[in-house]
Design a binder for this molecule. Sequence first.
Ligand code: M5T
Ligand code: MG
Length: 242
Amino acid sequence: AAGRGRVEFRDVSFGYPGAEEPVLKDISFTAEPGRTTAIIGSTGAGKTTLLNLIPRLYDAGGGQVLIDGVPVDRLTREALSEAVAAVPQKPYLFSGTIASNLRYGAQGATDEELWEALEIAQATDFVRDKDGGLDAPISQGGTNVSGGQRQRLCIARALAARPSVYLFDDSFSALDVATDARLRAALKRSIADATVILVAQRVATITEADEILVLDDGRIVGRGTHEQLLETNETYREIVES
Ligand code: M5T
Ligand code: MG
C-alpha cells in the first residue's frame, strides 16, 4: 500500500451535476492511520457521497481531499487504487468464481492469502461448504449467494488488496449481531495499522470508533467519541436512540 493512509478533507464541498443544492458543505476532518473514523447521519445526509470522493468516484467541487498530504487528483489511478479499498453500500460480485472475485484488486494474492482474508471476514465456513471452495462459481451480481455472504466476500476482497485505507459503507448491516462483533474484532487485530472510515447504523459498531462524525444535511454537526457526543449532541442522541 502506498504511504500510510492518512485521509484529510479540507473544506470540501460537492454537488451532483445538475443539482442546485450541494450535497456536502464545508467538510473538514482527518482520518488517521491506526484509527477508526465512523460517519453517522440520517438517510440522504451525504455519507456515501463523502466516502465516494476518496477513491474519486467523483471529484470535490471545492476544497481538497488528500491522502498523506497529496491531493487525490494528483495521484495516479494505480496509486489511488493501491491505497484505498472500498466496500460499497451495495456490494457487487462479478460473474466468475469466489477466487476471481477476491482477486479483483489483488491479482497477485495466493490462495493462502485469500483464505486469510476470508477468515477475517468470517466467510471461511460458507466458502469451505460450497462445492469447489475458492473455485465455486459466482453468478453476475452474486445472486447465488445471500446478502450477508455477498457483504463478507466484498470485505474479504478489500482485505486481500491490503490497502492503507479501508472504506466500509454500511458493510456490516446484513450480518447478525454476533457475526458483526466477531468480524470487527478480527478486523481490529488484522488491520490495526490501517485507516478505517466506516458508515454504520448499528450503535455497537459506532461506539467503538475512535472518532465519530455526525453528518446532517451535508454538514458535520458534531464530532467526538460516543460518550462525548451523547452528552453534547442532540442530533447524535436522536440517531442512536431511534
Ligand atoms: C446524499 C443525492 C441523494 C441525497 C444526497 C448517490 C447519489 C446521491 N444523490 C444524488 O443526487 N445522486 C447520486 O448519485 O445526494 O446521498 P447519499 O450520499 O447517498 O446519502 P447517505 O449515504 O447518507 O444515505 P443512506 O440512505 O445510504 O443512509 O439527497 O438523493
Ligand atoms: Mg449511503
